[in-house]
Write a protein that binds this ligand. Structure first.
Ligand code: AMP
Ligand code: MG
Length: 400
């Protein structure tokens, strides 16, 4: 059985990255992956300007005139010509306005006194004070993003400021999501004894959409070879098929077997808990297949650990998993063996962040999700932890 890292490596190796790209407007950037190195088209700041509301001065003029200068002119935002500071005078200036030719400092208005048309300044004015220098943030041609960067909403601010209205990004993947299991019933329908509500598919679809995937809902499929065959045979146009259930060792677990007749399984089973029965493979050169476990928590955890890095790799990017080290507020004892992921809650205590393992860790138990905001990672060789120990924490809702 593969370790977590071996299974993730097998996924990265088995993914055939997309080659098609498209041009999008900045407004469509969240969740997309850049297919170009992006450089600044303008400098930021684009000109020397004022960082404050106040008065532009030349320091040697100030010193020669006993820190008292007559007011002449005004520089305001939107001026499209550089103003000129007359010798031995000061100019009114506002935040973001161009610094006049001849000025080398701005004194904030709170520090001056007005006497008639003269302005009286303090004596400790430094050169460059309250000035935003052209290009101090970035210059024309500076590389701002490299190919493979996953764009966030906030990137639109930097790109707009840099004069980049459109971007070349990789096309979005298309995915088909199915649940398998004869016992599954859609929420909203009446339940008979022995049936349960299907709960994996909707979450998987939503998580995929948040990652920028175009998703089709393939519904629930019976535990029958014929139904699974029809699903695979109708899925040639998808970049990803993601199923849940039917991938373990039971007599009714047919997903792996039906898939193996059509494609190549790159691995089956990973040494993690929850989520051991999980498979990854590929049909031809296009369609990647993740068979996630049926147990709802296993399906969520394996989505995070396997599907996410697979999607990133497909888009020429790399999903990283920065782990926090936090003090645990409770104990956990376990047998060494598999890498474990415990649903947990980070919380603020005594000015620092701590973590609490939640009760109800069975992989069929969903209730703890209402409080979980992270997973505690327990390594293979660990027999658990005690209250006060530092533990490894994978935040669930931090998107880095
Ligand atoms: P399986 O992986 O098919 O052996 O299923 C493992 C457990 O997860 C069984 O208790 C199933 O009833 C349950 N299960 C499978 N698929 C789903 C699903 N889509 N939603 C909720 N529970 C499921
Ligand atoms: Mg099943």
């Amino acid at each position: 059985m593969l370790t977590l890292e071996q299974a993730q490596a097998a996924i990265i190796e088995g993914i055939i990255p997309v080659s098609e790209t498209e041009i999008i407007d900045l407004g469509q950037c969240p969740g997309r992956f850049l297919a170009q190195t992006t450089t600044a088209q303008v400098a930021n700041p684009a000109f020397d300007g004022s960082a404050m509301d106040g008065y532009a001065v030349n320091i040697s003029d100030l010193q020669q005139h006993e820190f008292r200068l007559p007011l002449q002119g005004e520089s305001y935002c939107g001026l499209t010509e550089k103003p000129v500071l007359q010798p031995a005078s000061t100019m009114r200036i506002f935040t973001g306005a161009p610094l006049p030719e001849g000025a080398n400092a701005v004194v904030i208005q709170e520090l001056v006194h007005c006497e008639g048309s003269d302005i009286l300044f303090p004596e400790d004015v430094r050169p460059g004070q309250n000035i935003r220098t052209m290009g101090e943030d970035f210059n024309i041609g500076d590389v701002l993003y490299v190919s493979g960067h996953r764009l966030h909403s906030s990137d639109a601010a930097l790109l707009a400021a840099a004069g980049v209205p459109q971007l070349e990004v990789y096309r979005q993947p298309r995915a088909l999501v199915v649940a398998t299991g004869d016992e599954l019933v859609a929420p909203g329908q009446p339940l008979q004894f022995g049936q349960i509500y299907e709960s994996n598919r909707q979450a998987t679809i939503l998580m995929l959409q948040q990652l920028g995937v175009v998703v089709d809902d393939g519904g629930t499929i019976a535990d029958e070879a014929g139904a699974l065959e029809a699903m695979f045979d109708g899925a040639a146009d998808y970049d990803f098929i993601i199923s849940s259930g039917g991938v373990s060792v039971g007599d009714h677990d047919l997903v792996k077997q039906v898939f193996a007749e059509r494609g190549e399984i790159r691995f089956w089973k990973a040494s993690i808990k929850p989520g051991k029965p999980v498979a990854f493979g590929r049909i031809g050169e296009r369609t990647h297949f993740f068979a996630l476990p049926g147990n709802p928590v296993s399906s969520l955890v394996t989505f995070k650990l396997f599907v996410e890095p697979g999607l990133y790799a497909w888009s020429h990017s790399q999903r990283e998993y920065p782990l926090l080290q936090l003090k645990s507020s409770n104990d956990f004892k376990s047998k060494p063996g598999r890498r474990q992921f415990l649903r947990a809650r980070m919380f603020q205590e005594d000015g620092g962040l701590q973590v609490e393992m939640l009760s109800g860790q069975g992989s069929h138990m969903l209730r703890s999700l209402s409080q979980a905001n992270c997973l505690i990672q327990v390594d293979e060789d660990s027999s658990g932890f005690s209250a006060g120990d530092a533990v490894k924490v994978l935040p669930l809702f931090v998107d880095i």
